[in-house]
Write a protein that binds this ligand. Structure first.
Ligand code: NAD
Length: 334
């Protein structure tokens, strides 16, 4: 198949080429799919998209006119593709339903440990030849309470790691994960109860109409003043303004984030000048915030799995006309 890979990043090219084994004719493009770049897809059988691409109704129509028959997504999420329109245009769409939940869970632990044990402050002091320890005190995680919102694949992986640290685990989810209850004795409770008692609050639920701004002024008021908040799920789950106000008012202690509600125009690229986003400036420069640029998934293991599934979806379409990962029902996400 002739495949146009939109939004190719340096970090994934090698993994995609390796998984492809010269089977498909891959053309790598750094540009995003947009109304300006959709015409480049002429004469390609398939396109491969990243989560920052935009396959809206108009673009899908143009893809059809260009002869594109398949869209292989290099992501779990498919909120950036108009699935109904693709169906109407007979364009098949498949995603990567799962890849190393441990990659994301372990990054959440890295943020938590860096914040709690002041790793970055320690290194900054060292670079100034300051070896005093007075401002570097953390707390043992052992026997502390960790609250987990969303006990799906990533939340469960994080819970198991925290169990290994000797933490008490409480959870909030719309569905209880019974195997996790049996395995590590996690206790489900209300969101308010969880926030009231947790020393660490960590979010792993998807962004849906129900979880949009789940963390806001009211929820941050429930936090313990020493609590560390971790969000590696989606930026829109948190009202950033309310979170910064809560931090400034000492409603909780620190935030470790891998996502930001307005990250799309900022993350995954180098900017010639500082992005024009005052809220992001405040977030990034806050002394009690540690933020990474949506890199929680970035391990060799996860990138290998993403590339293999992306190529395997193309293989199955070529061989069988259908792929096991085709998106057939539309789940509402934002
Ligand atoms: P999953 O579907 O396995 O688990 C999600 C869990 O959230 C489920 O148990 C579900 O019941 C729960 N949930 C749904 N709505 C809820 C609500 N209103 N309140 C409480 N819980 C709710 O998903 P996953 O693979 O564990 O991924 C979780 C999220 O992590 C994804 O949706 C995605 O947004 C994010 N993610 C981030 C990265 C990254 O690099 N930062 C990478 C992959 C995924």
């Amino acid at each position: 198949m002739k495949v146009l890979v939109y939004s190719t990043h340096g970090f994934e090219r090698e993994f995609l080429s390796k998984a492809n084994q010269n089977k498909h004719e891959l053309t790598f493009l750094q540009d995003k799919l947009s109304e300006n770049t959709v015409d480049l897809s002429k004469d390609f059988d398939a396109i491969a998209l990243f989560s920052s691409d935009n396959a809206n109704e108009i673009i899908i129509q143009q893809l059809k006119q260009n002869g594109v028959k398949y869209i292989s997504l290099r992501s779990v999420g498919y909120d950036h593709v108009d699935i109904q329109k693709a169906k109407n245009c007979n364009i098949k769409v498949a995603n990567v339903p799962a890849y190393s939940p441990n990659a994301i869970a372990e990054h959440a632990v890295a943020l938590l440990m860096s914040l709690n044990r002041k790793i970055i402050e320690g290194q900054k002091l060292m670079s100034k030849h300051d070896y005093r320890l007075d401002n570097l005190i953390g707390f043992d995680l052992h026997k502390k309470t960790v609250g987990i919102i969303g006990t799906g694949k990533i939340g469960a992986a994080f819970s198991r790691i925290m169990k290994g640290f000797g933490c008490n685990l409480v959870a909030y989810d719309i569905y209880e994960n019974t195997s996790l209850i049996n395995e590590i004795g996690i206790t489900y409770t209300t969101l308010q109860n969880l926030c009231n008692q947790s020393d660490v609050v960590a979010v792993f639920c998807p962004l849906t109409p129900q979880t949009k701004y789940l963390f806001n002024k009211k929820t941050f008021d429930w936090f313990k003043s020493n609590a560390i908040f971790i969000n590696v799920a989606r930026g829109g789950v948190v009202n950033t303004r309310d979170m910064l106000d809560a931090l400034n008012n000492h409603k909780f202690a620190k935030a470790g984030l891998d996502v930001y509600e307005n990250e799309k125009p900022i993350f995954f690229k180098q900017h010639d000048k500082k992005p024009d986003d005052l809220l992001f400036d405040e977030l990034k420069n806050h002394p009690n915030v540690l933020i990474t640029g949506h890199q929680a998934f970035l391990t060799q293991d996860a990138l290998t799995q993403i590339a293999q599934t992306t190529i395997n979806n193309l293989n199955q379409w070529e061989k069988l006309g259908e792929s096991e990962n085709e998106i057939l029902t539309i789940q509402q996400t934002l």
